[in-house]
Design a protein around this ligand. Structure first.
Ligand SMILES: [Zn+2]
Ligand SMILES: [Zn+2]
Length: 485
């Protein structure tokens, strides 16, 4: 059997050898070269390696190797996805050296799901997230070995639930909306990540590994009543990343594979009960950070439930966060109601968290559905430390609304109240409407400010605190103002 992939212009067809050995294990070997002919200097594509798993197979072992790992200091990134006849079995989204991947009833390598090994046609799929032109070209080998059943009992795996209600009280909850474990390219186990989130004093933690949900089972088992786990996945495509928050199932991220689009991925996220958040849209892009910049100009923004404007420390690489904020302000100027979120994008190293933002969410209780509702409504404040709030009213107390809500105002003047705490020396408060900043004023460590302001038709009002050096310290989501119908 020969598998030939014309898309890749391999120098020679990918070979498939079936090598039964004395113990009747089956092994497959695939190899090939990746020629890069694109003017952009790197290749992004999917490579398919179907393989047959016979009855009586107890485990599948896969080993991907490729070389060179880097070209001119930039990593080649090829990820290995595995699908059994029923669907997703895991993904190794990490840089080389690739460890061996084992999938069996009893256990699986991080990134992959343990469980029954059904017979039939399986698919190993290489996603060339970015493979750079090099001489000689990038060469890969993929070895797959099928091991017989051991006869050991399969542990029962209860379905993921994430139904916990950690507090019944309505209020502001503080947490992390973007983090990784070693189930993708993070360095901590799920239990270690959880311990770190507890030491940070968080109320909730979203676990969003790249293109896999395999960490969720371990983290749900390690969870206790001190911290709510928000399940998720980071859809890490060739042309943009998005957080699917609140989902416990794998969401197909493979845009341009079988006609799948990012709109389809957003709809699949919603169908799974989740929210679709565009992640770090203005990050440096491929090939340095594969797919990290949002490059879906035709994406239907009505499908987005949020935009991550603050990713890691404000002074991240490439000025990405100020650019993210500008992009979000442009969406406000179009009167688009897309909430802003923050996330540390934690991959490892506790120092990272010292400068990273947290997201405060106003929720009816501390549970996954209530947090998702708070995000969807834009009841959020993003902060690296200070506390910040805004309320808007028509002047009468009965007409006061909070962050994320809509005030119906028959007049073109509203009364705003902003309040803050823990502002550092030299901080400035900036009030903005959807056309831009209205005013800024220096503030003391804590205080309140009350002002009448003129509004635009269909206006958005929000406040931000900036440090003396211009870094963002905290920002609220908008309050929306509409004329009466
Ligand atoms: Zn990302
Ligand atoms: Zn991430």
């Amino acid at each position: 059997m020969v598998v030939y992939n014309s898309i890749l212009r391999l120098q020679f067809p990918t070979e498939l050898k079936t090598m039964p050995d004395a113990t009747k294990h089956l092994a497959y070997h695939f190899e090939g070269l990746i020629q890069v002919t694109e003017a952009k200097g790197y290749r992004q594509a999917y490579l398919q390696f179907p393989f047959e798993v016979p009855q009586g197979t107890g485990a599948v072992r896969l080993r991907l190797r490729y070389s060179p790992p880097k070209v001119g200091g930039v990593s080649n990134l090829i990820t290995l996805g595995v699908f059994d006849p029923r669907g997703f079995r895991g993904n190794a989204h990490r840089n080389p050296p690739h460890p061996e991947v084992l999938i069996s009833a009893e256990a699986a390598t991080p990134g992959f799901l343990p469980g029954a090994v059904p017979p039939g046609e399986w698919l190993a799929q290489l996603a060339l997230q970015a493979v750079l032109a090099s001489d000689p070209p990038c060469a890969y080998t993929l070895d797959i070995e099928l091991l017989p059943e051991t006869g050991r009992a399969q542990p029962a795996r209860p379905p993921l639930s994430f139904q916990a209600v950690r507090s019944k009280n309505a209020g502001w909850y503080r947490g992390e909306l973007h983090s990784h474990t070693l189930h993708s390219d993070g360095s901590l186990t799920p239990a270690e990540l959880l311990a770190g989130a507890r030491s940070r004093g968080l109320d909730f933690l979203a676990v969003t590994d790249h293109n896999t949900i395999s960490a969720l089972s371990a983290i749900e088992q390690a969870a206790d009543d001190r911290l709510l786990i928000l399940p998720g996945i980071e859809l890490t495509t060739f042309y943009g990343h998005a957080l699917a928050l609140g989902v416990t199932q794998w969401i197909d991220w493979r845009t341009e594979y079988n006609g799948w689009t990012m709109d389809d991925a957003a709809r699949a996220t919603h169908a799974a009960g989740g929210l679709f958040i565009i992640a770090h849209p203005q990050d440096i892009g491929s090939p340095v950070c594969t797919g990290c910049r949002w490059e879906y100009p035709d994406f239907d923004l009505d499908l987005a439930d949020g935009v991550e404007i603050w990713n890691g420390g404000w002074r991240g690489s490439n000025d990405k966060n100020p650019k993210n904020l500008r992009l979000w302000r442009d969406l406000q100027s179009e009167a688009r109601r897309i909430p802003a979120t923050a996330g540390s994008d934690f991959h490892g190293g506790m120092d990272w968290w010292k400068t990273a933002p947290v997201t405060y969410i106003y929720a009816q209780n501390l549970s996954t559905p209530a947090l998702l509702e708070g995000i969807r409504l834009g009841r959020m404040v993003l902060s690296s430390g200070p506390w910040l709030q805004i309320q808007v009213s028509t002047g009468s107390q009965s007409q006061t609304v909070e962050i994320g809500a809509t005030l119906v105002s028959p007049v073109n003047r509203v009364f705003i109240t902003a309040a803050w705490e823990n502002a550092p020396q030299g901080a400035e408060l900036v009030l903005s409407n959807r056309q831009g900043p209205l005013f800024n004023k220096p503030v003391s460590a804590a205080g309140t400010m009350q002002e009448w302001v003129e509004i635009l038709p269909d206006d958005h009002l929000w406040v931000a605190l900036y440090a003396a050096d211009g870094d963002l310290l905290a920002i609220t989501n908008p309050i929306y103002i509409e004329p009466p119908a």
